[in-house]
Design a protein around this ligand. Structure first.
Ligand code: FAD
Length: 486
């Protein structure tokens, strides 16, 4: 792709306040470009992991070629654009543009951890963030009502569930248990199942009855950031990511879906729809769903430790539904509504960013997303409205945005499961898995084949942008070590 086209692709100029950064990803005390290497490192996937890996290698003077199957950069960091086209996985209404006065995110929308890797980058870019949790509080669907956290805490079952969640990182009750089974074994009342699902199922990429308790607890025990959550007040997160890694943009070959990687010879042969490329080393950063489904074949076959690790890491259905209302009936200061059966997580992401404050961003993962994905987009929205109507006296249906011509519902829906290059939401540990599965998944194979991507993060940040970035950094330095090895 020509450079001018590439710059068009990254949407520069859309966001106010973004400094054009020829910043370096190198560590503070590293010297400048110093590696003498004639080879080329191929990177498969231009999400957060691939972009950071490329940036580090380029900063070191190593040639890079990124192969990206889609026509976009950013992967699961994806902001809604005015010119986004309807597809099987994205339902938008081009004639009824979102009226929200802040950027809408189809994938990652929360910056998790004020001292996390993603937050560090955002701070470096001088992008303003909203600390929406400190200004607001969560509400909960409990027994056909919606309660504020203060009221919910008067319920002994809720308090018990919250204590279970708050101490979950120290759980050690058996590798084969799901999170839900672990909650029940700890005496959490079954009427709190949907709340547990919101906190410890949906939040980690699936459902509480599918996620392995032991591996999730092991992972959470590794987390070192402060866990604070932010949204970006004015900048689409995709622009932030791409502006930060703009150095890597000219190296991207778009619409190049890799089908096979042969790393058995002196060079690595990569086959794709457009032919074959030869590189010297390769970093694979595609979602774990792509690896699990065999969309990319490896020759020689991947080592058994990696195949075994893959069998214990899942990736389930996932969707984002953005609902806009004529007025806010769910609470101007409500940060999120948790505990829904249809929608486990209704984020009021207008807080601190919008004059209107009438938009909810619903994230649905796991079993529920799988069920909803079988319905039409309109039916999915009706299910969510009906759940809200039950606790808000019909106000959801009354206030949902509608087309002025035919009164039909207007919404945005991204079903990541139907995106053939992602096939789900984020990785999660299956019962019986351990956190070291991620170490095995990310381990290099010899000195030519390397792995990154959120699923390979073993520092407790899988399923996040920070986890993806950290994995890209790790893989880039593994490549550098391999290049410099005597
Ligand atoms: C609905 C949703 C909500 C989320 N919310 C948050 C959040 O609030 N906060 C947070 O931190 N994280 C969140 N995440 C997770 C975060 O978005 C991801 O962890 C992160 O973006 C993953 O980056 P990655 O580089 O590992 O993979 P990706 O971003 O998936 O990049 C991989 C790239 O590989 C490409 N690819 C696939 N197959 C091929 C092939 N055969 N050949 C070439 N290229 C290929 C894909 O097109 C993609 O661009 C969310 C994710 C989803 C889906």
């Amino acid at each position: 792709m020509k450079r001018r086209t590439a710059i068009k692709h990254i949407g520069l100029g859309v966001s106010a306040g973004l400094a054009l950064p020829w910043l370096s990803s190198c560590k503070e005390n590293d010297p400048g470009p110093e590696i003498q290497y004639d080879g080329v490192v191929g990177i498969i996937g231009a999400g957060a992991a691939g972009l950071l890996a490329a940036d580090i290698l380029l900063a070191k003077g190593v040639k890079v070629k990124i192969f990206e199957a889609s026509d976009q950069l950013g992967g699961r960091v994806r902001s809604l654009r005015r010119n986004d086209l309807q597809s099987e996985s994205l339902v938008v209404f081009p004639t009824a543009l979102p009226y929200s006065d802040f950027p809408l995110e189809l994938g990652a929308d929360r910056v998790i951890g004020s001292d996390s890797r993603w937050a560090e980058i955002i701070e470096l870019m001088k992008v303003p963030l909203v600390d929406f949790r400190s200004a607001s509080a969560d509400s909960f669907f409990i027994d056909d009502a919606v309660l504020s956290e203060v009221d919910a805490l008067l319920d002994a079952d809720f308090l018990n569930a919250k204590n279970f969640r708050d101490s979950f990182a120290s759980f050690s009750g058996g590798a084969g248990l799901s999170v839900l089974q672990a909650a029940q074994a700890a005496g959490v009342a079954t009427r709190m199942n949907d709340i547990i699902n919101s906190w410890l199922g949906n939040a980690y990429g699936s459902s509480a009855n599918r996620i392995g308790a032991q591996a999730l607890a092991e992972a959470l025990a590794q987390v070192t950031h402060d866990g604070k959550e932010f949204t970006s007040s004015t900048n689409p997160l995709q622009d932030v990511l791409l502006s930060r890694y703009v150095r890597a943009v000219p190296t991207v070959q778009y619409n190049t879906k890799i089908q096979s990687v042969n790393y058995g010879g002196e060079k690595v042969e990569i086959t794709h729809s457009g032919g074959t490329d030869t590189v010297d080393k390769v970093i694979v950063t595609v979602p774990v769903s792509i690896l699990k489904s065999g969309d990319i074949s490896f020759s020689p076959a991947l080592p058994s430790a990696k195949v075994s690790a893959l069998s214990r890491i899942g990736m389930d259905a996932s969707m984002r539904v953005i609902l806009e209302f004529k007025r806010n009936f769910y609470g101007e200061a409500t940060a999120a509504l948790f505990g829904g059966t249809q929608g486990p997580d209704y984020l009021n992401n207008a807080i601190g960013r919008s004059e209107l404050n009438r938009t909810l961003s619903v994230t649905i993962n796991g079993e529920k997303a799988e069920q909803l994905s079988a319905l039409s987009a309109n039916e999915i929205v009706l299910q969510l409205l009906s759940e809200m109507d039950a606790v808000f006296d019909g106000k959801a249906t009354e206030n949902i945005r509608r087309d002025t011509v035919d009164n039909s519902l207007v919404y945005t829906l991204k079903d990541w499961t139907k995106d053939p290059l992602i096939k789900g939401g984020v990785s999660y540990p299956l019962p019986g898995g351990t956190n070291s599965d991620r170490t095995d998944l990310g381990a290099p194979v010899g000195d030519k084949l390397f792995f990154a991507g959120e699923a390979t993060d073993d520092t407790g940040e899988f399923g996040t942008v920070s986890g993806a970035l950290k994995s890209g950094e790790r893989a880039a330095y593994e490549v550098i070590d391999a290049i410099l090895a005597p």
